[in-house]
Design a protein around this ligand. Structure first.
Ligand code: NAG
Ligand code: NAG
Ligand code: NAG
Ligand code: NAG
Ligand code: NAG
Ligand code: NAG
Ligand code: NAG
Length: 589
C-alpha cells in the first residue's frame, strides 16, 4: 500500500515536471525578443535580449558588438540588466575608457557578467566596479591595460571569474586581487608579466584556475603559491621557463591539470612530480627533454593525459610509465624515438586509448610490436613517418580503432585491405600523401567513415582515374570530401578542384582504345562460351539432365566455402551451368 502511494506521488511529480518542461519550452521559444517591444530601453547600436533558464530565471542582456565605439551608452541601458557585452570585430576595435559608469549615479545591482573586449581600454579607474556586488564574471580581454591595482577591483565580493588576458600588463604589486575573495578563475595569459611579486595572490584562497601562459616569466616564485593552495588547474605555456622549483608542487597538492608546454625544460628529475598525486593531465610538449627516466610518474597514478610531443626524446626508459595504470592518452609525436622497450608500455596496456607516434624515426615494426599489446587503443597517430606502405594485418590486434592519422606520408596506393579490417573507423586522415586515384571499392570503404581527409594528394584527373571519384562526389556523402580536392596532374588541370570539373573536360584514358578492344574480345569469348554450352546441351540426353541436380548441389557447397572465388567465376560459370540445363529441361517437358 505504501509503495502504491509513493508511485502515485512519483507519477504526480513527473506530470508536474512535464508541465514545467512544457511551460519552459514554450517560454524558451519566445526567449529572444527585443526588450523595446517589452517596453524597456535599449541603446540604438546594441541588441537587447531576454532569455530564460532554470538556474538563473530571466536574464536580460545588452550586447553592443558592431565596433568603432567611443563611448559606452550606459544612459540608455536598463539598470536592471544582468549581462553587458561590449565587444568589436577584430578589424573594428572600440576606443573606450571605463570609469565608474556602471556604479553611478546608481549601480547596476543585478549585473552578473560584464564583458568589455577589444576596446583599447588603457586602464581601469579606481572603484570602477564598486557596488556591483552580484558581478560574477569580468571579462576585459584584448584591451590595452598595462597595469592593474587592488582598488580597480574593490567591491567585487562575488566575482568568480576575472579575464585579463591579451593586454599589456607588466606589473602587479602584492595583494592586487585582495578584494576578490570569491575568485575561482584568474586568466592573465598573453601579457608582459615578468615577475610574480610575493603575496601577489593573497586572499585568493578559493582560486582554482590560474593561467599565466604567454608571459615572459622565465621563473616562478614559489612564494606566491602559498596563497593559492586550492589550485586545480595551472597553465604556463610559453613562459620561457627552464625549470620549476618543485617546492611549488608541494604547495598545490590538489593540482589536476598542469600545462607547461612550449617552455625550455631540458630535463626533469625522477621525483619532479612526486607531490602531485591528483594530477590527471600533464602537458610537457614543445620543450627540450631528451629522456623520460624510470619511475618519473610513479606517484601520479591518476594521470590520464600525458603530452610529450615536440621534444628531443630519443628514449622512454623501460620503467618510464610505471604506475600509470589510468593513462588514456599518450602523445610522443615529433621526437627522435627510433625504438621502444616493450616493457615501457606494460603499465598502460589496459587503459591506453590513444597513442601518437607521428614524426619520429620509428620503423613500422617497432610500432607494430607496441600496438599488438594495446588492444584497447581507439586512436593512433602515424603521420610524418615516411610510410610508403602499411602491411594489411597491421591493426590485427586493435579492433577498436576509431581514429587513424596517416597524413604526411608517402602512400601511393589507398590501403584498402588494411582499412577493410578496421570496422569501427570513424576518422581517417590520409592527407599529404601521394595517392593518385581511388577505386570504387576504396570509395565504398570511405563512404562508411564519418570524417575523411584526402587533401593534398597527387590526384590524377583523367577519365580513367577521376571518373569514380566524380561519380561518388555527385551521389554520396563523400560529396564535400571530394569536392575540395585538387588535381595534381595533368599539368593543364593542376590546382583545379574536383567540384569544378566535368567529365567531358577530362582527358580520355590513354588506353581507351585498347580497353575497348579487350572488352569486345571478352564479349566475343563469352558468346562463344554460351554458344558452345548451348550446343553441348543440345547434344545431351535426358540422363545428363537428371545429373544436373547433383552437380548443382555440389556447386553450391563449393560456393559456400569460397564466396570470393565465386565472384571471379560467375560470368562464364553461371551462364554455362545454369542456363544450359534449364533450357534442356524446358525442351524435354
Ligand atoms: C569575453 O568576451 C568575448 C566577447 O564577447 C567573448 O568572445 C569571450 O568568450 C569572453 N570570454 C569569456 C571567458 O567569457
Ligand atoms: C593599444 O595597443 C596597440 C598595440 O600595442 C596600439 O597599436 C594602440 O595604439 C593602443 N591603443 C591605445 C588607445 O593606446
Ligand atoms: C554576494 O555576496 C553576498 C555577501 O557575501 C552574499 O550575501 C550574496 O548571496 C552573494 N550573491 C550571490 C549572487 O552570490
Ligand atoms: C607505485 O604505486 C605504489 C602504490 O601507490 C607505490 O607504493 C609505489 O612506490 C609506486 N611506484 C613508484 C615507482 O613510485
Ligand atoms: C596525436 O594524435 C592524437 C590522437 O590521434 C591527437 O589527438 C593529437 O592531437 C596528435 N598530436 C599531435 C601533436 O599532432
Ligand atoms: C608533419 O610534418 C610537417 C612538416 O614538418 C608539419 O607541418 C605537419 O604539421 C606534420 N603533421 C602532423 C600531423 O604531424
Ligand atoms: C554536394 O555539395 C554541393 C555544394 O556543397 C551541393 O550544391 C550539392 O547539392 C551536393 N550534392 C549532393 C548530391 O549532395
Amino acid at each position: 500500500m505504501k509503495e502504491k502511494t509513493w508511485q502515485y506521488s512519483a507519477a504526480w511529480r513527473s506530470t508536474r515536471k512535464i508541465q514545467q518542461f512544457l511551460l519552459l519550452a514554450w517560454m524558451s521559444s519566445l526567449v529572444v525578443y527585443n526588450t523595446e517591444a517589452a517596453g524597456t530601453i535599449c541603446p540604438d547600436e546594441c541588441t537587447c535580449t531576454m532569455t530564460f533558464d532554470l538556474e538563473e530565471g530571466h536574464t536580460t542582456q545588452v550586447a553592443c558588438q558592431h565596433g568603432h565605439m567611443r563611448i559606452i551608452p550606459v544612459d540608455y541601458m536598463d539598470r536592471d540588466v544582468h549581462v553587458v557585452i561590449i565587444a568589436a570585430p577584430p578589424d573594428r576595435p572600440n576606443f573606450l575608457t571605463i570609469g565608474p559608469i556602471f556604479t553611478q549615479p546608481a549601480p547596476f545591482v543585478n549585473l552578473r557578467e560584464l564583458h568589455i573586449v577589444n576596446s583599447n581600454v588603457p586602464s581601469i579607474g579606481q572603484f570602477s566596479f564598486w557596488g556591483l556586488q552580484n558581478l560574477r564574471v569580468l571579462n576585459l580581454t584584448h584591451n590595452n591595460l598595462t597595469s592593474v591595482v587592488a582598488d580597480n577591483f574593490r567591491g567585487l565580493i562575488n566575482l568568480t571569474e576575472l579575464h585579463l588576458d591579451h593586454n599589456h600588463i607588466e606589473q602587479m604589486s602584492s595583494e592586487t586581487f585582495r578584494h576578490l575573495t570569491s575568485l575561482k578563475t584568474l586568466i592573465l595569459a598573453n601579457n608582459q608579466i615578468s615577475t610574480l611579486v610575493s603575496r601577489l595572490f593573497r586572499m585568493l584562497a578559493k582560486l582554482s584556475i590560474l593561467d599565466l601562459s604567454d608571459n615572459p616569466l622565465t621563473d616562478l616564485n614559489p612564494e606566491v603559491f602559498k596563497d593559492i593552495q586550492h589550485l586545480r588547474i595551472f597553465k604556463c605555456r610559453r613562459c620561457l621557463l627552464r625549470r620549476i622549483n618543485t617546492q611549488i608542487y608541494h604547495l598545490v597538492p590538489r593540482l589536476e591539470e598542469l600545462d607547461l608546454g612550449e617552455n625550455l625544460f631540458k630535463y626533469l628529475t625522477s621525483d619532479e612530480f612526486i607531490s602531485l598525486k591528483r594530477l590527471k593531465k600533464l602537458k610537457l610538449d614543445g620543450n627540450q627533454l631528451s629522456v623520460i627516466v624510470d619511475n618519473m610518474f610513479g606517484r601520479n597514478r591518476e594521470l590520464h593525459v600525458l603530452t610529450l610531443s615536440r621534444n628531443r626524446l630519443a628514449l622512454l626508459a623501460p620503467l618510464a610509465l610505471t604506475n600509470l595504470t589510468a593513462l588514456t592518452h599518450l602523445d610522443i609525436s615529433h621526437n627522435k624515438i627510433d625504438r621502444f622497450h616493450l616493457q615501457t608500455f606494460a603499465p598502460v596496456v589496459d587503459s591506453l586509448k590513444t597513442i601518437n607516434f607521428s614524426g619520429n624515426n620509428l620503423p613500422l615494426n617497432e610500432i607494430a610490436i607496441v600496438l599488438q599489446i594495446l588492444p584497447e587503443i581507439h586512436g593512433v597517430g602515424l603521420a610524418n613517418l615516411s610510410l610508403q606502405e602499411i602491411p594489411q594485418n597491421f591493426f590485427t590486434y586493435n579492433e577498436h580503432l576509431v581514429a587513424l592519422d596517416l597524413s604526411w606520408n608517402k602512400l601511393s596506393r589507398f590501403p584498402f585491405k588494411l582499412l577493410s579490417k578496421t570496422k569501427f573507423l570513424q576518422r581517417l586522415d590520409i592527407s599529404h600523401n601521394k595517392l593518385q586515384t581511388l577505386s570504387e571499392q576504396d570509395l565504398q570503404r570511405l563512404e562508411a567513415i564519418a570524417e575523411v581527409n584526402l587533401m593534398k594528394n597527387n590526384w590524377h584527373c583523367d577519365q580513367c582515374s577521376a571518373s569514380n571519384m566524380l561519380l561518388y562526389m555527385t551521389t554520396t556523402v563523400l560529396n564535400s570530401t571530394i569536392r575540395v580536392l585538387k588535381c595534381h596532374s595533368p599539368l593543364r588541370l593542376r590546382g583545379a578542384t574536383f567540384g569544378s570539373l566535368s567529365f567531358e573536360q577530362l582527358d580520355p584514358c590513354p588506353t581507351t582504345h585498347e580497353a575497348q578492344m579487350s572488352v569486345i574480345a571478352g564479349l566475343m569469348l563469352l558468346c562463344v562460351a554460351v554458344l558452345s554450352a548451348v550446343a553441348a546441351a543440345l547434344c545431351c540426353t535426358r540422363r545428363r539432365a537428371a545429373q544436373y541436380y547433383t552437380n548443382e548441389e555440389k556447386r553450391r557447397e563449393h560456393d559456400h566455402e569460397h564466396p570470393e572465388e565465386l565472384l571471379g567465376h560467375t560470368e562464364l560459370g553461371s551462364v554455362a551451368t545454369i542456363h544450359a540445363p534449364y533450357q534442356l529441361v524446358s525442351k524435354d517437358s
